[in-house]
Structure formats: C-alpha cells, structure tokens
Design a protein around this ligand. Structure first.
Ligand SMILES: [Zn+2]
Length: 352
C-alpha cells in the first residue's frame, strides 16, 4: 500500500529533493522527474540503473510462486524472525525500514508490534497481503528515496551475501544516511570464515546429495539461490571494519551454525515436500505431465493447510523451537552465519 505517511516522506532518488504529491503522481520540484504510484507500491528507482543487480530480479527464482502467499514464520524463517524480535524489540513508536524486503513477509509477521514499516526491494515480487497491509517501495538500496534520519530501526536479512564489497559499502553508507543516530539495524548474513563445528554441515550436504541422486529430494531451487552469493565479507574483523567505516558499531552478535536446522530443513522437509509432490503427481489426470504445476499446487495447498493451524502447524512450531537449539548451544562460537544488531553511531567516526 501507499499510506499518507509514506506519501509525505518520499524524496527523489536522483537528487534527494522532497517529492511533490500531486495525487495521481509524484513530481521532483528540482529535476522534474515524475513518479507514478500503482499496483500498491511506488516505483522510486534511480534513473541511471546500477549495472550490478542481483539474480533475485529474475523470474526464474520466482516460478515456484513462493512469494504469492505468506505462510507463518516456521523453521529457518521462524528462527530468523524470533531472533529479529528479540534483537529489535519493536514498539508502536518505531519507524522501520525493511531493506530488501522480498515478498514483504517479515513485515507481515511483525505487523502486530504496531511499528510503522516501509519495505524496499529492487524487484516487485511482493505478496498480495504485503501490498494490502504495508508500505512498499520499489527502489535501489544504494540510493534510497528517503530523507536523512527517516528511520530509527531497520532490518536486512539474506542481503549482504548477494552484494559485492563495493555494493555492500554503498548500501551500508546509504542505510546509515536514512537512519537516525542511535538507530538499530538487525542483520542476518554470513562471513566466509566458518567455525570447525560447521563441518557437520558438510555431512548434511553429503546426505542431501546422496538422497537427491536417489530421487528422494530435489535441491534445484536451493542451488539456484546459492549461485548468486558473492560473499563480500571474509571474517568478523572484516565485518567490524566494513560496518565501522559506514558509521555502525556491532552492539550484539549471535552466531548461527544450523546443524539441527540443516538436518530439519535440508533433509526432513525436502523429503516431506518430495513425498507431497509425488502424491500430487499421482492424483493428476492421465495425459497431463506438468509436474512443475503439480509441485506448485502441492506447495500452495500445504501452505493453506499450515495457515489454518492444527497438527501440521503444531509440529512445525515444535521443530522451529528445536532449531533454536542451534542458537542456544552454538551461538557464542564464532562462525560464518550470524545475527547482529548494528547501531548507528551518533557522530561519524573521524577519518584517520
Ligand atoms: Zn529529482
């Protein structure tokens, strides 16, 4: 949606002048560029497109229609959301920006906090519920259409790893600009250097590969997702240095080595999904051979069943809590993936 509050806030992505709201469109009083709101979000991308855009804008990653319907936060997503709520402690007074919001599901899951939220993404694959319930902007994270200090909280999940070092630095500088001093940014990403315990994950991957060769699971989408990783951060000191240069300090960090989570998500869930898809294919009338559609339908109906609650939902909630053990047991062992709370320093650190 495009609320009056968002309409009053937006500025020109090219020259940063506050936009004039003319009802049917927004106009920059400085460079005279016009922006038309439509489809429940405003397109405020900069005029000169950056040459580096992620594969996430490709249709291929969205053919499974995962973005169309938002399920409750369960399993890996549930772990991320529980950490986010714990780290950010949102209140109705908060002005929050979701950096790289994707479908907008994270905002939907935290709607109950009463915080005002604006989602920004470079691709318009927003969920229907997000379009109905939250403010959305199509934009570039390195040139955001908001004035300085607009937000006091922010989150960015699964974004850093898709950027080059240059792009990450630009993104962090721009995030620091749109955040108020003392503002808190929750991040979920990873550095390249893993803890020795992460070797356990390799066994899980070997097991997944073995099961896939036997046609018991399908990891195609997961492979596609990972193929887009640029992993710009070497280790934690590199993280500290990089966020520090943009004016952030690390307030809190918990590492995430998903040994239990990896087994639950990559083995148990893939097998359940595979069984579901086979059953759906078997139910198809003879002569139809659209197996992709069968998988899609199976997934959609499973999501609907989960949304209604009941036994499956309860089991998935219990598995999510079990997956939290990865944080409780291994959260203080420095490893690749982590949750962090970055705080914007009140004054920019002086050079040298
Ligand atoms: Zn302008």
């Amino acid at each position: 949606m495009i609320s009056p509050r968002l309409r009053a806030l937006v500025s020109c992505p090219d020259c940063r002048f506050p936009l004039r709201d003319e009802g049917a469109r927004f106009v920059c009083p400085n460079c005279h560029r016009g922006f038309a709101p439509g489809h429940g979000y405003i397109d405020l991308r900069p005029a000169d497109a950056f040459n580096e855009t992620t594969k996430y804008t490709d249709e291929a990653l969205h053919v499974d229609a995962r973005h169309e319907r938002v399920s409750p936060p369960l399993l890996g997503a549930g772990v991320r959301n529980r950490m986010l709520r714990d780290f950010l402690a949102l209140t109705p007074h908060d002005r929050l920006i979701d950096l790289g919001c994707g479908s907008g599901r994270m905002m939907l899951w935290n709607h109950d906090t009463g915080a005002w939220m604006v989602g920004v993404d470079v691709a318009p694959f927003f969920a229907h519920e997000a379009i109905e319930q939250t403010d959305l902007v199509l934009g570039d994270l390195r040139r955001m259409p908001f004035p300085d200090g607009s937000f006091n909280k922010a989150w960015s999940l699964d974004v850093f790893e898709h950027l080059s070092k240059d792009a990450l630095e630009g993104f962090l500088r721009e995030t620091a600009r749109v955040m108020a001093p003392g503002g808190a940014l929750f991040v979920y990403t990873h550095v390249r250097k893993n803890a020795p315990i992460a070797r356990g994950l390799r066994w899980i991957n070997h097991l997944a590969a073995w099961l896939e060769r036997r046609g018991l699971i399908d990891m195609t989408v997961e492979r596609l997702r990972k193929s887009d990783h640029l992993n710009p951060l070497a280790d934690i000191p590199d993280l500290e240095q990089t966020v520090g240069a943009a004016g952030f300090r690390i307030e809190r960090i918990r590492y995430y080595t998903p040994l239990i989570g990896g087994f639950v998500e990559n083995i148990l869930m893939r097998m359940a999904e595979h069984a579901m898809a086979s059953r759906a294919r078997a139910r198809q009338p003879a002569g139809t051979s659209d197996s992709a559609a069968a998988v899609r339908d199976a997934r959609t109906s499973a999501k609907a069943r989960i949304a209604r609650g009941g036994l499956v939902y309860g089991v998935l909630q219990a598995l999510t809590t079990l997956m939290m053990l990865d944080v409780w047991l291994f959260g203080r062992i420095q490893s690749g993936p982590f949750f962090a709370l970055l705080v914007k320093e009140s004054a920019r650190p002086s050079a040298g």
